[in-house]
Write a protein that binds this ligand. Structure first.
Ligand code: PLP
Length: 418
């Protein structure tokens, strides 16, 4: 076996990884779906577990030599149960999208109707966007938010009675408000629908006790593990006991082959971290930091979609500042502030050049940034948007960003050498 280091063996890949590390360390990462994992999570992810095939589930595998991966997968399952109060957990989904696909196939038949949120109001591609394969199999109907930015429950009820969905779907990628799970469960009960919450974005805030938890209420809850939950890139499905067999079969053999046990080990580590008291503090700080940004942008007369935020993100309509979401994303990128352009509710512009930007605080909060830094960052963002055509100003802001991030080191030198 070739036992030499990456730097010695493949300088091209090594160099690109280190350039990416440098980009992460010197910029302000404000894409709300991104985060920085701990060195312990990285270590598990880069472990020899990647060598092992383990099709099946703990205690029931199709391969020999699974005694240690069984221990690891069971740890991940038990910790997730504890974290969310789940009756059953499957930690094998490779990411959020396959977790959703498996969940659909577990409980739906081709042609069944799913009632999910309109994409421009914050829903996710996997909730029935025409470009996804799922729309060829299932029928998606869409509800929306109202003028106050709340989910329009009366309209949702009306649509549920009209379309008789098999599944009512909540949980979003660009929605900044709390969700009333019991009220939606009541509507589902009226029409005999199952309920599914996709908490991909807010799982960490739920685990930290800062947002409503749908797990004790809904039939099925899917999530990613790499957003606010701050684990490795991956997915997970939680459900009521009665759906356990269907869910497990839908993940394997229904959709996937061998589970990625290195990734599952990293999930187990991240869940242990999320069970620590510090994680509650982290979740609280994410929300506090986002509130500061909300207040600062309101004071600067920005249009905040949904009227503000109850979670880790803001969706901002920038068109009143005489630019598009794409212009804003590009200007901020030049200043080393990373956000993403995003559709706003009922956007009249195209997804490639929409009216809004979406930004959030989970990654910056992991770095230790607090209220004071959020005030500074809101000023930097406003300056970049106001002067988005002035290259010299954007360069000045980039220098301010570098000075700020220097005070919040991300990884120790030891981690960097791994
Ligand atoms: C991010 C996200 C997903 C997809 O997760 P991937 O890991 O990118 O496949 C699914 N649903 C929602 C609501 C998300 O925000």
């Amino acid at each position: 076996m070739n036992n030499i280091s990456l730097a010695q063996f493949d300088i091209d890949t090594h160099t690109a990884i280190h350039k990416e590390l440098n980009r992460q360390e010197t910029g302000l990462e404000m894409i709300p779906s991104e985060n920085f994992v701990s060195p312990a999570v990285l270590e598990a992810l880069g472990s020899v577990l990647t060598n092992k095939y383990a099709e099946g589930y703990p205690g029931k595998r199709y391969y020999g030599g699974c005694e240690h991966v069984d221990t690891i997968e069971q740890l991940a399952i038990d910790r997730a149960k504890q974290l969310f109060g789940a009756e059953h957990v499957n930690v094998q989904p490779l990411s959020g999208a396959p977790a959703n696909i498996a969940a659909y196939f577990a409980v739906l038949k081709p042609g069944d109707t799913v009632l999910g949120m309109d994409l421009s109001h914050g829903g996710h591609l996997t909730h029935g966007h025409p470009v996804t394969h799922m729309t060829q199999v299932f029928h998606f109907e869409r509800y929306k938010t109202d003028a106050n930015g709340q989910i329009d429950l009366e309209n949702l009820r009306k649509m549920a009675h009209e379309h008789k969905p098999k599944l009512i779907l909540v949980g979003y990628s660009a929605y900044s408000r709390e969700i009333a799970y019991s009220k939606i469960q009541d509507i589902a009960n009226e029409v005999g629908a199952m309920t599914m919450a996709d908490i991909a974005h807010i799982a960490g805030l739920i685990a930290g006790g800062e947002m409503n938890n749908p797990v004790p209420i809904f039939d099925i809850v899917t999530t990613t593990t790499h957003k606010t939950l701050r684990g490795p890139r991956g997915g997970m499905i939680m459900c009521k006991k009665e759906f356990a067999k269907q869910i497990d079969r839908a993940v394997f053999p229904g959709l996937q082959g061998g589970p990625h046990e290195n990734n599952i080990a990293a999930k187990a580590v991240a869940f242990k971290e999320a069970l620590e008291p510090e994680f509650k503090q982290y979740a609280k700080q994410i929300k506090a930091n986002t509130k500061i940004l909300e207040e600062a942008f309101q004071a600067k007369k920005y249009d905040l979609c949904f009227g503000g935020t109850d979670n880790h993100l803001l969706l901002i309509d920038v068109t009143s500042k005489s630019l598009t979401g794409k212009d804003a994303e590009e200007a901020l990128d030049k200043a080393s502030i990373t956000v993403n352009k995003n559709m706003i509710p009922d956007d009249t512009r195209s997804p490639f050049n929409p009216s809004g930007i979406r930004l959030g605080t989970p990654a910056l909060t992991t770095r230790g940034m607090k209220e004071k830094e959020m005030g500074i960052i809101a000023d930097l963002i406003d300056r970049a948007i106001t002067h988005h055509t002035e290259e010299a100003t954007l360069k000045e802001i980039k220098e301010d960003v570098m000075a700020l991030t220097k005070n919040f080191p991300l990884y120790t030198d030891q981690t960097k050498n791994v």
